[in-house]
Design a protein around this ligand. Structure first.
Ligand SMILES: Nc1nc2c(ncn2[C@@H]2O[C@H](COP(=O)(O)O[C@H]3[C@@H](O)[C@H](n4cnc5c(=O)[nH]c(N)nc54)O[C@@H]3COP(=O)(O)O)[C@@H](O)[C@H]2O)c(=O)[nH]1
Length: 811
């Protein structure tokens, strides 16, 4: 007997015993009641027992009813039918009543049993119907696509989801082959179907399937066999679930996890209370804490003491109101070192809007900060000396001026410019110049207070910013001490000693100006005054300097206009040959016929023309005018050897000066041998090595070259030998005090002797007296120039003697 059968047997035995029990209990109860109350009610003695049979069959079915009928019959027979207490048949009527009772009992029991079975059938049918309906509902409304297929894989039934996915109705599918409806079913799916048809209980897998519309979907499919009543496989049940969204979500989750693990950003996730739930490896690498050390802790563990409570309060306020906070924050590593992070903290809320997590992502920006600081340093400091540069100075001046304005205090700017630094650069080379600048910066720094700012503006210019100045005299003290500091010569690495001085211009703020640019230009102007005042000294800025600056601006405008309007002209001064005492040449000297100002001497405008670059067009004008004049004189038959023209440093430094001079000579038609170019000693020295090349290019044109103002510059006698020059002009400052200044006389004697030795012509400038002339003749100086012979004059005013001697015509 199978377990199921045994269980059924047990159930039916129990059921039978229960029914019999019901019949006995109800019958005995009814009999007891009747015995107690209705024992004398004969002939209705059976009547009260009918309800017992009724209820017994009602609750116990046929078996209960028959138990009750039998028991009641026997009890009635024994107790109520005469002769009582015996089963003897008293009379036929008694027998009839017994029989009748029994038959009635049987009928009642049968009837009830029938009713009971009918009820049960109805209930079973109802249950079965409901079950069927629910099963149908279950399949029909299942969230997956479910289909029942026969052995040929024809649809027997499909769930609504299946139909929806396909966009087809039941009629369209039922009876058709699955593979006809889906001809592109992947092969491994088909394998699953075959396995199910072969009786394999369950095949399942996931697969991608590009649908007809080109969209790729991911499906999880399951196939299993279903069996007929006789146990044979009737077909398969297919269940297909579109898990594209889940797949995507899973991929995203995987991606997120990968990002979390491999991100170079540190990531931390906390719960709503701020307890750390997870940290990624980058977090560990940056902070030095392992995940185990942090999980369950609060991120305040990482706090540095760089930020106050207000900072964190504001941060959380922002997180909650904006949903995130982003900014720079300083935290502490496990090692204790504090470092800057660029951090974003975002809040994660659930559907109800409650905070569930905080996510913090950050990068360690300590490197970037360092680079930023380096860049800031580079942008604000001079690479040679390491001092603040102009940019930083201006920002500090702005700040100092704002403080002075607020506190009613004062400050000063000292503009320092090294004297003749260019000479060092040109003669000793740029490396030596750089070394000197570094040493100068060091010496200046030594003399200044921590609070003072020393900056290098570029070249040989330095600025000192003095703040909180109680009195202007303090600025003068500083200027004096800085000048003093440079008095000791600098020993360069080459072993050479260099002497250098500095000129200092001082401006006071807010007295001299209320903006940095103005105060700086005031200091600059004052520095120029210091230079003019003999160098190696200092000057305060005064209003009169502004006046001078304004005049300079006005003069620059006038100079430009003068050039355009042809207000410039040339005067000529004779050059006297000492042996014949005849004029052998003339020097062309520029004059400006400025309207309303008369004849302006060059000393008043040449320096400005040099500064502004106007000297270039002016110089070309002089050269052209002098050559044309000389050409005219020659054509008129004048007996003259040279026209001397001053060539400014600016002109000489022009790369194409030789071409320009050649062009003018060609234009004017003057043979080059008649032209003498005078170049000052300082213009040559300022040009360093290039000077020689440039001179040779000019000399190659066939003209003559003279060194002007000889003895005033940073003389290097070596160049006299190298340079292709024809003449030196002894500066008039050495001639002026002859015969009273023996030192000057010695110098002139030495220069003349040296020129002779080098086979150069020598001319003395500024000869005003007979005594000077006599001395120069005694020295056998070749030539002379000076008021003793003639002042510079316009050609039309040449003295008659000249004309007689030189044969000048009025041209
Ligand atoms: N680049 C150019 N410079 C020029 C040009 N023209 C002149 N200058 C330079 O201007 C400076 C002043 O020149 P100027 O006022 O003309 O003075 C010259 C003479 O007048 C003056 N001189 C001549 N003799 C005497 C004298 O006996 N006593 C005395 N006190 N002064 C005298 O000397 C100046 C000529 O000097 P130099 O050129 O060195 O021969 C001056 O530096 C000019 O060079 C120009 O066109 N371009």
């Amino acid at each position: 007997m199978t377990e199921r059968m045994a269980k059924a047997w047990d159930n039916s035995v129990c059921d039978g015993l229960y029914r019999i029990g019901v019949g006995i209990v109800i019958t005995l109860t009814a009999f007891g009641l009747q015995a107690a109350f209705w024992a004398d009610l004969s002939p209705y003695v059976w009547l009260p027992l009918y309800p017992a049979i009724f209820f017994s069959s009602r609750f116990g079915g046929f078996l209960g009813g028959m138990t009750s009928t039998t028991l009641a019959t026997l009890l009635g027979w024994y107790f109520f039918v005469p002769v009582r207490f015996s089963f003897a048949l008293a009379s036929p009527s008694g027998l009839v009543s017994i029989l009748l009772f029994f038959i009635m009992g049987v009928l009642l029991s049968l009837t009830h049993e029938q009713l009971r079975r009918a009820n049960r059938r109805t209930a079973d049918e109802k249950t079965s119907r409901q079950t069927h309906e629910r099963t149908h509902l279950f399949i029909e409304q299942a969230p997956h696509c479910i289909a029942l297929l026969d052995r040929d894989l024809r649809y027997l039934a499909v769930s609504r989801r299946w139909r929806l996915e396909l966009g087809r109705g039941c009629d369209d599918l039922v009876g058709r082959r699955h593979y006809d409806v889906h001809p592109d079913i992947p092969e491994d799916w088909k394998r699953g179907h075959r396995a199910a048809l072969a009786g394999e209980s369950l095949s399942k897998d996931e697969a991608r399937w590009v649908q007809a519309d080109g969209t790729e979907h991911v499906y999880r499919w399951v196939s299993c066999p279903w069996t007929e009543q006789n146990g044979t496989v009737g077909g398969i049940i297919l269940s297909v679930e579109d898990i594209t969204a889940d797949d995507r979500a899973e991929k995203e989750a995987r991606l997120t996890a990968t990002m979390f693990d491999h991100s170079i950003e540190g990531i931390t996730i906390t719960d709503a209370e701020g307890t750390i739930l997870a940290v990624n490896p980058a977090f560990t690498a940056i902070t030095g804490y392992s995940a185990e050390e942090l999980i369950g802790k609060n991120p305040r563990l990482l706090k540095s003491d760089r930020h106050d409570t207000a900072f964190y309060t504001q941060m959380f306020k922002t997180i909650l109101s904006e949903g995130y906070w982003r900014g720079e924050i300083w935290n502490r590593r496990k090692s204790g070192a504090i470092y800057p992070e660029w951090m974003t903290i975002s809040v994660v809320r659930d559907a109800k809007g409650d905070v569930v997590n905080y996510i913090g992502t950050f990068i360690d920006i300590s490197r970037a900060k360092e680079s930023e600081e380096q860049l800031f340093h580079l942008a604000h400091h001079d690479p040679l000396t390491g001092l603040p540069n102009r940019l930083l100075l201006l920002s500090r001046v702005h700040h100092a001026m704002a403080c002075a304005d607020r506190d009613g205090g004062k400050g000063a700017l000292l503009f320092l410019d090294l004297d003749h630094f260019k000479n060092v650069n040109d003669s000793l080379g740029h490396a030596a110049g750089d070394e000197l600048l570094q040493a100068v910066a060091q010496r200046y720094s030594n003399r200044l207070r921590e609070a003072d700012t020393l900056c290098r503006m570029g070249g040989d210019e330095f600025i000192v910013l003095l703040e909180n100045l109680r009195e202007a005299d303090r600025a003068a003290d500083v200027a004096r001490s800085l000048i003093e500091e440079l008095k000791v010569p600098f020993r360069l690495s080459s072993g050479r000693d260099v002497f250098i001085g500095t000129s200092v211009g001082i401006s006071i703020f807010p007295d001299d100006g209320k903006d940095a640019g103005k105060v700086l230009s005031c200091a600059d102007a004052a520095m120029y005054q210091a230079k003019k005042g003999g160098r190696n000294t200092y000057r305060f800025y005064t209003e009169s300097l502004t006046e001078v600056a304004n005049q300079r601006v006005a003069m620059e405008v006038a100079l430009r206009q003068g050039l355009e309007r042809g207000e410039f002209l040339l005067h000529y001064q004779p050059l006297i040959d000492m042996s014949s005492m005849r004029p052998v040449g003339v020097e062309a000297l520029l004059r400006w016929q400025r309207p309303g100002a008369g004849l302006v001497p060059p000393g008043q405008f040449i320096p400005l023309a040099e500064e502004t670059g106007l000297i270039l067009p002016l110089g070309e004008f002089v050269l052209g005018a002098a050559c044309s004049q000389m050409k005219r004189w020659l054509e008129a038959g004048a007996d003259i050897e040279t026209v001397a023209v001053n060539l400014s440093a600016h002109q000489f430094h022009q790369a194409d000066i030789a071409q320009r001079v050649a062009a003018i000579l060609e234009e004017t038609g003057l043979p080059p041998g008649y032209l003498e170019l005078e170049i000052t000693e300082s213009a040559l020295m300022d040009f360093g090595e290039e000077a020689e090349t440039r001179l040779r290019a000019l000399k190659d044109l066939g003209l003559r070259l003279a060194i002007d103002d000889f003895g005033t510059g940073y003389s290097s006698l070596a160049y006299l030998k190298r340079f292709p020059i024809d003449k030196i002009k002894v500066d008039q400052s050495f001639v002026r005090d002859i015969p009273h200044d023996t030192a000057d006389m010695e110098i002139v004697a030495t220069v003349v002797a040296m020129a002779k030795n080098l086979n150069l012509q020598v001319l003395a400038e500024g000869v005003e007296t007979e005594a000077q002339l006599a001395y120069l003749r005694h020295l056998k100086c070749d030539a002379a120039q000076g008021y003793l012979f003639s002042r510079p004059v316009p050609p039309l005013e040449f003295p008659p003697l000249w004309n007689a001697v030189l044969g000048f015509g009025v041209v």
